[in-house]
Design a protein around this ligand. Structure first.
Ligand code: NAD
Length: 241
């Protein structure tokens, strides 16, 4: 997306869950715009792998509220926060403990980051972009925790858009469709399931992290200055088919 100038050069950007998949694509896209990007990952291994480039990469588990606050305290200025940390535990989420873990990371973790970043974002009149999902709209029989968490991310986004507007902070979300990342590797490898997904996707392909990153740049840019509380599907048309 370097060919489109989103006016984000020099902005201070935090991408939580920015070491893999969609988040890594978003972090790279902001860096490509000349933004100062800090990305986080949940494991030392991921952090080391991602830090081999020019990116400032930190370890962060969003279940740890103290660690979230400490990370944000390390910023002098913060213009954009992207919440992209997430897990899915297919077939395990009917166990209430697994359910709770998924909700704690995907939903509560997003809230922890938003709450901690609010005062810095108030100073910059900045913005937040959360990551919703097709399962913000649909139920998921195999993944009740993931669906509940993503339904929650959608409602959290709308609610914080209202609450943070008085601080001049915009809060939006992207709702990615089926994107080829490590999180969906099992589905990509399952020929039958992958075929079903492609048959229902009007644009007839799996999305890429770069496909999601470009709309995030837009939502973070001044071109989206009157957009808040929006959930933007980035799904090749899956939702309307
Ligand atoms: P991924 O597995 O490639 O990346 C997940 C990221 O989350 C990694 O950076 C990881 O370090 C981080 N993370 C995991 N647990 C964490 C924790 N406890 N604390 C902090 N960070 C943690 O997955 P992805 O496909 O790139 O997914 C990124 C986001 O996009 C997730 O919120 C996911 O639900 C959402 N999403 C993905 C798809 C898809 O098709 N891939 C579709 C819709 C939504």
């Amino acid at each position: 997306m370097a060919e489109i100038d989103f006016g984000l050069a020099g902005k201070s950007v935090l991408v939580v869950g920015g070491t893999s998949g969609i988040g890594a694509g978003i972090a790279a896209a902001f860096a490509g715009q000349g933004a100062q990007v800090k990305a986080t990952g949940a494991t030392e291994r991921e952090v080391e792998a991602a830090a081999s480039g020019s990116m400032d990469v930190r370890l962060l588990d969003v279940r740890d509220g103290g660690a979230v606050e400490q990370l944000i305290a390390g910023f002098d200025r913060l213009d954009v926060v992207v919440n992209c940390a997430g897990i899915i535990r297919r077939n395990a989420e009917h166990d209430p403990d697994a359910f709770a873990e998924v909700v704690d990371i995907n939903l509560n973790g997003s809230m922890r980051v938003c709450a901690a970043a609010r005062s810095l974002l108030r100073q910059s009149k900045g913005c937040i972009v959360n990551t919703a999902s097709m399962l913000s709209y649909f139920g998921g029989g195999l993944v009740p925790g993931y669906s509940a968490s993503k339904g929650g991310v959608m409602q959290l986004t709308k609610s914080l858009a209202i609450a943070y507007a008085e601080d001049g902070i915009r809060v939006n979300a992207v709702a990615p469709g089926w994107i080829a990342t490590p999180l969906t590797q099992a589905l990509q490898d399952d020929e039958g399931r992958s075929r079903q997904i492609l048959d229902r996707t009007p644009l007839r392909r799996w999305g890429t992290p770069a496909d999601v990153a470009a709309p995030v740049l837009f939502l973070a840019s001044d071109a989206a200055r009157f957009i808040t509380g929006a959930i933007l599907p980035v799904d090749g048309g899956y939702l309307v088919a």
